[in-house]
Design a protein around this ligand. Sequence first.
Ligand code: NAG
Ligand code: NAG
Length: 356
Amino acid sequence: MVQFIIVLILVFLENLSNLKRVFDFLNILVSLLIAKDETCYNKFFSHRFHVQVVLSHSNLDKNVWMGRISDSRKLCQVLIPGTHNSGAYGILFGLGQTQDWSIKEQLENGVRFLDIRLARNLSPNDFEVVHGFIKLGSFKKFILSPVTKFLTDNPSEVILMRIKTYGFDFDAEARLERDFMMNLEYRFYQKIVNSNTSISQVRGKIVLLKKHHKAFKKKIGLEWPLNNNVQDKYQIEVKSYDLQMLGTTYRISCPFIFGIDIKKKSDAILKHFNQSARHYGSGFYINFASGSYYGLFIWRIASVTNKVVLDYFKTNSHRNIGSIVVIDYPNRIPGLVETLIEYNFYSNFNANDKIA
Ligand SMILES: *[C@@H]1O[C@H](CO)[C@@H](O)[C@H](O)[C@H]1NC(C)=O
Ligand SMILES: *[C@@H]1O[C@H](CO)[C@@H](O)[C@H](O)[C@H]1NC(C)=O
């Protein structure tokens, strides 16, 4: 208990130096205080407090950027901006929040990979979008409705969707497949996608990325790539300090005092982009720029890693790269999503692609 109070005081003092970080502090406080009573908490936090975000200035038409890619290019040869925990926006106190943009805004700003986390709720024909134990609302209303509307309005585009389930039993999983994946209204692509699939085959569709859907009967979408093709070091390591005392070395680590090792994460991101460049066209690559320290410091980490991503694509324009780049708060780094999109149109790519 004493340690707990000391940590809280330290966090508080540190956060005073930066008003934005007060949210980090509130995150910890609120989750510690209320986490015990999930039901009460869930009711309170299942509302969204959404602030419209000002869109960045650009002539690039981000609604239809995939439409400029020639039909013959393989889907795995496209550099695709994505969001991490895409449904976690507009949360009170920013608790566990990873995005400012709503799903609709994400798509309109060029994002084409969504990371969706689902749990069961009381509804027999819907699921709950969640982040940890925070409930974010209806799968149909907050995710599928804007996604299908977007694809109807922009049939040249492809949306890749990873669905991660929490606490699903076999029946829930079967229901997810029957009511959503196989329901053509929702536009899931009904065949298998692999490294040879061309973008023209999947335009206007949602490509499901499958990892653990054991109950699914029909083989559709893309199998989650092998470990080497995915960089997802999401738990950021803490820096530590060695204290010598009476001949013994104590390794002390406290993120609030010694900080977190964002450099290590940044290196992993860069290494993975290089890897996807070496294997261009031979498979799907997924590179998570997002990370946290036990759910904390999400923006602090993204503020560094997002710039690392931006710099990489500003300075490596000579290499062909196909990868899904998964980002927290892409909107907060001006030009980030635009740079990723434009990277697809450098002249060394397929000459048929239309340069904006
Ligand atoms: C892709 O096409 C090539 C050439 O036709 C073939 O050798 C390869 O096995 C195919 N890959 C997959 C995953 O189907
Ligand atoms: C990535 O590749 C570039 C160009 O070959 C190289 O300069 C850089 O050191 C590589 N970075 C990492 C982290 O491997």
